[in-house]
Write a protein that binds this ligand. Structure first.
Ligand SMILES: Cc1cc2nc3c(=O)[nH]c(=O)nc-3n(C[C@H](O)[C@H](O)[C@H](O)COP(=O)(O)OP(=O)(O)OC[C@H]3O[C@@H](n4cnc5c(N)ncnc54)[C@H](O)[C@@H]3O)c2cc1C
Length: 344
């Protein structure tokens, strides 16, 4: 939807197909942290997209809010990282970018998050924000519905066939002709590419989450041992997540529940008193090293997918980069790293 809005704003007419209601898959199921979890672990090409996006988010959310009336609840309270043995790497990574990673004392961290179990020297990332991604999806959907150059066709599964140079799009037995086709089908992208005989490694990586009821126990994103708590504006807490390579198996399970619940209590013990409201699963579009595919696979077939764990944060920059290339504009960043198919 973000790609469609970019392309429509640039003057193109866009048909968006979704096999379900738009914005209900990974973009709904995720956590909405506007940063890779441990950003220092990622390649500079991912940092480049994340940095561009992070600067764009406040205006993007404000303008979606204004045009749709749906508030995506951007929270700019930062992220507290505790229980990591990557302190030196993190601090070195943050140098020169802006004060991205700061070492703070246990006491300072306790003031920020009195209910969280901390280690001696937590890391503080004051510039990291989060959104309520389910609402952001609703806002993007509404923005697409409102846009005169976009037609949103929901509950229309697309079948891609033919080959890369002349891809054929059909849905519900009807063929569609278009100058260019953009594949942005999340975890389903790899499967769809097989229809045009391209081997693509993008595949589902299941992630499960828990939702705790209103409690106001944390004020910002807290990350410990790869698990995170994200507060919502209504006081609820999302706690995530698992990372499972099990194909399109959608059912949330007991093992994930027990593992997540134990992690949640070891981070915020008082959560034991808070009712659990939900558990769900979603499919991240997994890709090697989390590197998205963005650009022209052929003159007719384009792609913007494979954002793995970072598709919310990377979405503004990825969509702009796709649009820059489609409109022959100077790209916001060098597109080469996001085109691994050129070296397959
Ligand atoms: C548990 C979890 C936590 C996460 N946390 C974060 C986070 O904190 N921050 C972050 O940045 N990212 C996070 N992510 C990752 C992020 O959610 C994804 O990378 C991002 O949402 C992917 O967006 P997408 O549009 O590519 O895929 P999706 O949101 O899955 O959308 C793909 C769409 O394609 C449609 N589709 C598929 N096949 C077809 C077809 N044949 N025809 C028509 N339509 C089709 C689907 O119906 C779907 O609506 C998380 C993900 C999960 C699962």
């Amino acid at each position: 939807m973000m790609s469609a809005l970019e392309l429509a704003e640039a003057g193109l007419s866009v048909f968006v197909f979704d096999k379900g209601r738009a914005g209900q898959e990974a973009s709904w199921a995720g956590g909405g942290i506007i940063s890779p979890l441990y950003p220092w672990r990622y390649a500079p090409s991912i940092t480049a997209l994340a940095t561009w996006s992070q600067q764009a988010f406040p205006d993007l959310i404000a303008s979606l809010n204004e045009s749709t009336g749906i508030d995506s609840e951007l929270s700019t309270e930062g992220m507290l990282v505790t229980a990591t043995d990557e302190r030196e790497k993190a601090l070195a990574w943050g140098v020169g970018l802006s004060p991205k990673v700061i070492e703070i004392s246990d006491e300072e961290a306790r003031v920020l998050e009195p209910n969280v179990v901390l280690d001696e020297t937590p890391l503080w990332m004051p510039r990291i924000s989060s959104v309520r991604n389910s609402r952001m999806g609703r806002a993007l959907r509404q923005a697409c519905l409102n846009h005169p150059k976009i037609q949103l066709l929901e509950y229309r599964e697309v079948i891609l066939s033919g080959d890369l140079d002349s891809p054929k799009v059909s849905s519900q037995s009807q063929g569609y002709v278009s100058g260019r086709v953009v594949l942005a089908a999340g975890a389903w992208t790899g499967n769809m590419f097989t229809g045009v005989k391209l081997s693509c490694p993008i595949k589902p990586m299941k992630g499960q989450m828990l939702l705790f009821g209103p409690c106001d126990l944390v004020n910002r994103v807290v990350l410990a041992n790869g698990r995170y708590a994200i507060p919502r504006a209504d006081g609820r807490i999302i706690f995530g997540s698992t990372l499972e390579d099990v194909g399109f198996e959608r059912i949330p399970d007991r093992d994930a529940f027990e593992s997540l619940y134990a992690s949640a209590l070891s981070m915020i013990p008082i959560l034991e008193e808070i009712p659990l409201e939900a558990q769900w699963a979603g499919f991240r579009p997994g890709s090697p090293e989390g590197l998205p595919w963005i650009g022209a696979v052929s003159d007719k077939l384009w792609v913007n997918s494979g954002h793995f764990r970072n598709g919310v944060v990377l979405s503004p920059a990825s969509s702009r980069l796709l649009c820059d290339q489609m409109m022959d504009r100077t790209p916001i960043v060098d597109p080469t790293p996001y085109q691994p198919w050129k070296t397959l």
